[in-house]
Structures are given as C-alpha cells and as structure tokens.
Design a protein around this ligand. Structure first.
Ligand SMILES: NC(=O)c1ccc[n+]([C@@H]2O[C@H](COP(=O)([O-])OP(=O)(O)OC[C@H]3O[C@@H](n4cnc5c(N)ncnc54)[C@H](OP(=O)(O)O)[C@@H]3O)[C@@H](O)[C@H]2O)c1
Length: 207
C-alpha cells in the first residue's frame, strides 16, 4: 500500500505553520520567509546551498511521490477563488510534476500546467480526497502539502503515515496552529528528533 507522507512542514516554537495576515504580497503573513529560511539555505533548494543535516531531510520531499494534496490556503492568497485567472504561485511549470488535488469548497475545472502538473480542485472529506489521489498516484506515495488547517484534518482522521515537522526557533505568537485538537497524537507514532547546527529541529513521526 502506498504511504501518505508529509515533508518539510515548518512550524514556529509556538506551533504556527503560517503567520497572521496572508496576502498576495505576504504568502506566509507576518512570518515572512522565517519558517523556511533553513530550507532555502540547502542544496535541495539552491545548488550553492549546504549539504548537511537540513539538506538530507529536505530532499526526502521528492522521491517516490505520485500525487500531492494541498489546501486552498497553500494554492493561493485569500480570495483566489474569485479570480478565474489564478493559476497558483509557481508559474507555468510548477515544481510538483504530478497530479495535485487542491481542497476547496469552491471547486473549478482542472488546470493542466507544464511539466506534468495538473491541479484538480476537490470539495471532499480527507479520506475521499485521499482515495482519489491514491488512484492517480498509481502505487507511489501521496504527499500532504499543507497548510496547517488541512494537515490538521488529515492527522485528526489518522491518515498520515509519515510526518516530518521542522521546528524553527522563532515565536510567531499568531497565525494558524498545527497541533490544536490533536491531543496525544504522538502515541500513534515512533517519534525521533534530530537537531541541526542551523538551529532547527527535525521531528519525524512514523507509524
Ligand atoms: N509551514 C509550512 O511548511 C507550510 C506548508 C504549506 C503551506 N504553508 C502556508 O500555510 C498557509 C495556508 O494554510 P492554511 O491553514 O491557512 O490553509 P490550508 O490548510 O492550505 O487550506 C485551508 C482551506 O482549504 C479548504 N479545505 C480544507 N479542507 C477541506 C475539505 N475537506 N473540503 C473542501 N475544502 C477544504 C478550505 O478552503 P475554501 O475556503 O476554498 O473552502 C480551507 O479554508 C499559507 O500561508 C501557506 O503558504 C506552510
């Protein structure tokens, strides 16, 4: 059976997966780039980047993935559903190269992009969206891409097999929290932690 995986999901010390006030100019709200600065510094992101602990974790994002499921809040800024021209943040050739299922209560027809990425817009419960993505992934794993709201739903429904969370040493104070309502989640997983010299902590939850 293919696995359901989360990679590089970055949270602040106080558990926020994005800041407050998301907009076209500020995709992560007041968090700016701080949640992912660790990743931008790696070779996974930039050929001139580092090749240590952070890179080793970051690059696990790609291999063996046959489809992604993401939330409407990752696909675009608040209100993108009112813009028929919005095609995501990533330009004509998005970095997914698989089918991507965007959860939204306001679905629209699929968007075929360059490089084998097709965005499908689905209004479905997590378990049903996963069944559709699993079929499309054709035996490969499914990545849950976030943001925090939809990831929390998948965790609450017990659908995630491998969760890689990166705890970044910043305190955001406001935004969208990952862990709310997930009391004792850790009991379902083997949990490991690796501290990186960059200051972040990589946490893996493996079923
Ligand atoms: N920290 C990280 O590593 C990371 C990773 C990815 C993204 N992000 C950031 O996280 C933010 C987005 O997160 P978010 O928590 O605000 O939003 P989100 O989880 O991306 O999306 C939530 C939205 O998805 C739709 N949705 C969720 N479940 C659904 C269901 N079962 N059926 C139909 N629609 C459903 C709803 O949108 P509708 O209003 O359309 O119904 C809901 O408001 C962005 O700032 C993004 O850049 C962070």
């Amino acid at each position: 059976m293919s696995r359901v995986r989360v990679h590089n999901f970055s949270i602040s010390l106080d558990g926020f997966g994005t800041g407050d006030g998301q907009s076209l100019e500020a995709p992560f709200g007041h968090a700016g780039q701080r949640l992912h600065a660790w990743m931008f510094a790696t070779r996974f992101w930039d050929d001139a980047g580092t090749a240590g602990v952070d890179d080793a974790f970051a690059e696990r994002h790609e291999p063996g993935i046959g489809a992604e499921i993401m939330g409407a809040g990752k696909f675009g800024p608040p209100g993108w559903q009112d813009d028929p021209e919005w095609r995501g943040w990533w330009g004509p050739n998005p970095p997914f190269h698989t089918p991507v299922y965007v959860l939204t209560h306001r679905p629209r027809p699929p968007l075929e992009m360059d490089g084998r990425t097709t965005f499908h817009f689905v209004d479905a419960e997590p378990v049903d969206a996963l069944a559709v993505a699993r079929e499309a992934a054709d035996g490969q794993d499914i990545r849950i891409g976030g943001g925090a709201t939809m990831l929390r739903e998948f965790l609450a429904a017990g659908l995630v097999d491998h969760l890689h969370v990166v705890q970044v040493p910043i305190v955001l104070g406001r935004g969208v929290r990952l862990w709310d309502g997930l009391e004792a989640l850790e009991e379902q997983y083997d949990v490991e932690a690796v501290s990186s010299p960059s200051g972040v902590t990589h946490l893996t939850f493996t079923r």
